[in-house]
Design a protein around this ligand. Structure first.
Ligand SMILES: Nc1ncnc2c1ncn2[C@@H]1O[C@H](COP(=O)(O)OP(=O)(O)OP(=O)(O)O)[C@@H](O)[C@H]1O
Length: 329
């Protein structure tokens, strides 16, 4: 038996620490609509886990079931080995929750609101100022919640999920209303939380964000998990083509289309774009014909993988085989 096999058998027998989140066969129906369909997943402590999928795929329903805010029709959820439903007060200090419809004390200022939330959890007073600073709301600390902009309220909702220093943080589209700078600032806050060993469960429609932040992602389509893996593995294993971008005029479209390995030619944003699965071969051919001055390459991104997968699977869930779990990172 190899050392690795020996270690994994040992951990299987001793059990090890429970996962931060374990979801087993969870389903949820709203009338005729099966919003979550037999989902199974495990999130390790310290992992940054992204839940992606088209509008209506079931992400919020699933995350609310994980948070213990919504009851599943069937299946089980455990956070650090304990079910969040019915409400387990011993879990509450360990988890932070930001939902798409977070509630506020609207007549209070941002600082008062966060102080109230902090007091509910017994968080130290200094945590309020620190958290307002982390989400970029120090300048709005005296502004009443009802007078904050949409993006500022969203930052306050995120602060409310973080102020008590939870080990497990659920964020449901936290960057939806944020401007580009605030979005990047939040990335830094989240990277800091991950570096402290906290577990983050995250839904987003920003694929660049998932690629930049998440250790692993699950893509949900019609209530089922279509795939779970690291963004890197998903992109590497994808069938999505890479692109070779030529400055317009370097090669005409007809000639480019005839190059061996080129599958599609298009003009986009001032470039002639050649789609291919054999970049090296196409680059050599272009080099021989016209040289490579100004030529750029773009490998497939997580967005390409996502669009390919969701367009193939959307609306086919009823006929689809059991959801695939891909390789672990
Ligand atoms: N309270 C509810 N009552 C009835 N149907 C609901 C309810 N909440 C969600 N649904 C339906 O369940 C499905 C999944 O919705 P859910 O909000 O979980 O998806 P989502 O992936 O979070 O979507 P989005 O990206 O738009 O936020 C949708 O068809 C939605 O219309």
């Amino acid at each position: 038996m190899s050392e690795v096999q020996a270690m994994s058998s040992a951990s299987a027998t001793t059990g090890g620490p429970p996962p931060a989140v374990r979801v087993e066969g969870v389903s949820k129906r709203y009338g005729d609509r099966l919003a979550v369909d037999g989902v199974r997943l495990e999130i390790r402590p310290g992992e940054f886990f992204g839940l992606l999928g088209p509008n209506g795929a079931g992400k919020s329903t699933l995350i609310e079931i994980m948070e213990g805010l919504r009851r599943a029709d069937s299946g089980t959820v455990a956070l650090f080995g304990r079910p969040p439903w019915p409400r387990d007060t011993s879990l509450l200090p360990r988890i932070g929750v930001q939902t798409q419809s977070s509630a506020f004390f609207v007549r209070q200022t941002a600082h008062e609101h966060l102080r109230t939330v902090a007091a509910l959890y017994g968080a130290p007073r200094g945590a309020v100022d620190r958290t307002l600073e982390a989400v970029g709301l120090t300048g709005q600390r005296k502004v009443r919640v009802e007078a904050l902009s949409g993006g500022q309220r969203q930052r306050l909702a995120i602060a409310s999920a973080l102020v008590h220093g939870p080990e497990l943080i659920f964020l449901d589209e936290p960057t939806a209303a944020l401007d580009p700078q605030a979005r990047r600032d939040l990335w830094e806050v989240l990277r800091g939380l991950k570096a402290e060993g906290r577990t983050i469960v995250y839904t987003t429609h920003h694929l660049d964000e998932a690629e930049a932040l998440c250790d692993r992602i699950a893509i949900l389509v019609d209530g089922r998990i279509a795939v779970t893996d690291s963004p890197h593995n998903l992109v590497t294993a994808s069938r999505a083509p890479s692109r070779v971008l030529l400055p317009l005029g370097l090669l005409d479209a007809e000639r480019a289309a005839a190059v061996e390995g080129v599958e599609r030619v298009d003009v986009q944003g001032g470039s002639l774009v050649l789609e291919t699965h054999t970049v090296g071969q196409v680059l050599s051919a272009v080099d021989r014909i016209s040289g490579l001055d100004g030529v750029q390459t773009r490998t497939a991104s997580l967005e390409d993988v996502y669009l390919d997968l969701t367009s193939r699977l959307s609306g086919t869930a009823a006929a689809a085989p059991a959801p695939a779990e891909t390789t672990e990172p």
